[in-house]
Design a protein around this ligand. Structure first.
Ligand code: GDP
Length: 457
């Protein structure tokens, strides 16, 4: 890692300001060659760390841009190496030319995520923090950003590190007794070990459980709109989107294909799949939609069941009711403007559901639906202030492994197995947890994780 890397750190479009970043042992000397401070006359290498200077990027008589140079000296920087950042004008041509110049001066173009990789390899952050940097950048809503920033600051790392310390202590103790039975004893140790492992299991399983909410926060609520043909599914979708996006017609079954849309309601993301509706059909094209609708139910976090309130329930409605039993359902009794005939009680006797009467066509009931969604989301399952949410599938898989290993320890204890067996599973748990924070990770996996990062981060 002795080379110096450089990249454009800001988005690749025209903007007021674009930032070029250089990190590594030659960052300051390269900056000295191309940056002419206009006021202080102090070259970047002579600047005090965490100060900035106005000047010109100029080389071989050619003026590239007016720029602000910011210097962060090792080890107090993002990568722990010397870093120089140039705030330039945000035109992409200018930025590319300056980057080319920096590379001509001896830097190498950074690979995606390489700055963060250096921060990780140099021990400034752990892998869970590095990964959440990316999650933060890609956050789709405020909740996702809040969940990510907690992990950027190292909250998950702290929980994992505490658990590992505890596991390691117990492994060491067991080894000590086995090595030196004269001075160490298993007396009273086993029940203590059992209660420690139980506690660890509770923490690990809680983290695993949090991943459902974690996924909902980061990816959005997988929402399926179901209803018989002409109940008003497309109209409901349009109402939520606030624009005429789906095709609305009077002919039954016109929403043939599935159509995915994302809606953001006060920080909650709904990923809505509008389907062709469930019904028996001879039409092949139609059936593709119907099959998909059925397939979608099992994956859905939320079902919006649209009922035509101006008529009674028909066979299709009952078929849907049968299919969505046990799911989280909001029933939207639609076409309120035509007068409600349908029996709401009949629906609520069949499925557990919230019921709202709406008129998708006129936007009546929209606020009620918004509020209900917010209630379901804020009150039932989530508390953003004091909980860590597992949002990364790699972490989740490793927590499952940890949980399995700890469970095995408990079983060995219950079955009075010999103590040296405990250490094998404890060690496995220790290693799985270590992989979350990036210890015990093979190099190629480290490379793979960082390869998914953005340029310049
Ligand atoms: P889908 O087949 O379930 O997607 O139903 P659409 O959204 O295409 O609507 C079917 C028909 O019902 C269209 O003619 C809509 O204009 C009409 N419709 C939808 N919502 C309402 C409503 O709230 N009131 C009235 N009167 N008509 C509606």
């Amino acid at each position: 890692m002795s080379d110096t890397i450089a990249a454009i750190a800001t988005g690749m479009g025209s903007s007021g300001i674009g930032i070029i970043r250089i990190s590594g042992p030659c960052a300051l000397s390269i900056a000295d060659k191309i940056f002419n401070p206009s006021v202080t006359k102090r070259k970047p290498s002579k600047m005090i760390s965490y100060t900035a200077a106005l000047g010109h990027i100029i080389y071989d008589g050619r003026l590239y841009d007016e720029s602000i140079c910011l210097v962060m000296k090792a080890p107090h920087s993002y990568t722990t190496e010397d870093i120089v950042e140039f705030d330039c004008h945000g035109g992409i041509v200018v930025l590319k030319e300056i980057l080319d110049l920096i590379i001509q001066m001896g830097a190498r173009p950074a690979e995606p995520g390489e700055f963060t990789k250096r921060a990780f390899l140099n021990g400034r952050i752990d892998m869970s923090q590095a990964e959440s940097v990316m999650d933060l950048i890609h956050s789709k809503n405020e909740m996702a950003a809040a969940a990510s920033i907690k992990q950027v600051t190292g909250e998950l790392r702290d929980i994992i590190t505490t658990m590992r310390t505890e596991i390691l202590y117990n492994i060491a103790y067991i080894e000590s007794v086995l090595d030196d039975p004269e001075n160490y004893t298993f007396d009273n140790f086993i029940p203590e070990l059992k209660s420690t492992v139980d506690k660890l299991l509770t923490t690990v399983n809680k983290l695993i459980e949090s991943s459902t909410s974690g996924r909902i926060i980061t990816e959005g609520i997988r929402t399926v709109i179901l209803g018989r043909p002409n109940a008003g599914k497309s109209s409901v979708l349009n109402m939520l989107l606030g624009v005429e996006r789906a095709i609305v017609t009077d002919i039954a079954g016109t929403t043939r294909d599935t159509l995915e849309e994302s809606v953001n309601i006060d920080g909650i993301t709904l990923n809505i799949v509008d389907t062709a509706g469930i019904r028996d059909t001879e039409d092949v094209v139609e059936r593709i939609g119907v099959d998909r609708a059925i397939a979608n139910i099992s994956d859905a976090d939320l079902i919006l069941f649209v009922v035509d309130g101006s008529t009674t329930l028909d066979a299709n409605d009952h078929k849907i009711i049968d299919a969505i039993k046990g799911k989280k359902v909001i029933t939207l009794v639609n076409k309120k403007d035509l007068g409600i005939i349908v029996d709401n009680m009949l629906i609520s006797s069949e499925i557990k559901t919230e019921i709202i009467e709406i008129s998708a066509k006129n936007g009546i009931g929209k606020d009620k639906l918004h509020n209900l969604l917010k209630d379901m989301f804020y009150n039932n399952s989530l508390n953003y202030n004091d909980q860590i949410y597992i949002t990364n599938m790699r972490h989740k898989a490793l927590l499952y492994k940890t949980s399995a290993s700890l469970t095995a320890v408990c079983e060995s204890i219950d079955n009075h197995m010999s103590e040296d067996l405990f250490t094998i599973d404890l060690m496995a748990a220790y290693e799985s947890l270590g992989k979350i924070i990036g210890e015990e990770l093979e190099d190629d996996l480290v490379n793979k994780i960082f390869a998914e990062f953005c340029m310049g981060k």
